[in-house]
Design a protein. Structure first.
Length: 226
């Protein structure tokens, strides 16, 4: 005759074994199902960063100079104004000069999103001086004496670039005038000084209109300046 303990233990053992079997079955099924679901998920698309409408770039540098060479240009307090205008020779003296100078070149670039990159407005200026030169006056390349308050902002470029079609560009306004086939606003300066005429004739700024075509193997430029 079966005892009371045998009657109770056998059914409980069967229940435990069933429970363990169901647990293992669910665990195996979950390891096969979840990876399939994850693999079916679509990756999130990375949004491309749109160019900013307004950009500001500034170059600032300061240096100490000591030499015995000075310019002999009779115009604009001895400034060098280009090979085509005025004498730009230098003179070596027995005396040496020592001074500090500073310069900042701010660039403002505005590209409205409304025009989808077909119009770019650029403006660049220059502010520079020699320590202790002048104050309370007007004119560039000075204004760092005691009390300062010099009107010395020099306008270099204020120009509008229109891109009516790929590879074509129209520049209007006060812009860079370089004797190079490259676009002066999209080319490094060392490239222009080592190719073409290397800025031997033109390396300045002028107001006018410039039409250009930039192809893969050829570049054409036509401009009128005044």
């Amino acid at each position: 005759m079966k005892t009371y303990r045998e009657i109770i233990s056998r059914p409980s053992a069967k229940r435990i074994s069933r429970f363990i079997f169901l647990f293992l079955l669910i665990l195996v099924a979950s390891t096969n199902v979840f990876p399939q679901q994850i693999s079916k998920l679509k990756p999130k698309s990375v949004q491309k960063e749109t160019p900013h409408e307004f950009q500001f770039i500034a170059y600032f540098f300061s240096q100490a100079v000591m030499n015995n060479v000075y310019a002999r240009n009779p115009f604009l307090t001895g400034q060098t104004i280009g090979r085509l205008f005025g004498a730009n020779t230098t003179t070596t003296s027995d005396a040496e000069t020592f001074y500090f100078e500073q310069r900042i070149l701010p660039f403002f670039i505005y590209q409205p999103k409304l025009l989808n990159g077909r119009a770019i407005l650029r403006a660049s200026f220059e502010i520079d001086w020699t320590w202790g030169d002048q104050s309370y006056g007007t004119g560039g390349n000075s204004g760092a004496a005691i009390s300062a308050d010099q009107v010395n902002i020099q306008t270099q470029n204020v120009e509008l670039e229109l891109i009516p079609a790929p590879r074509f560009a129209i520049n209007l306004g006060l812009q860079r005038l370089f004797d190079t086939p490259y676009n002066p606003y999209r080319t490094a300066f060392n490239t222009m000084t080592n190719t073409g005429y290397r800025l031997a004739f033109w390396g300045t700024d002028a107001v006018g209109i410039n039409l250009r075509y930039d192809g893969d193997f050829s570049r054409y430029k036509l401009g009128y300046y005044q």
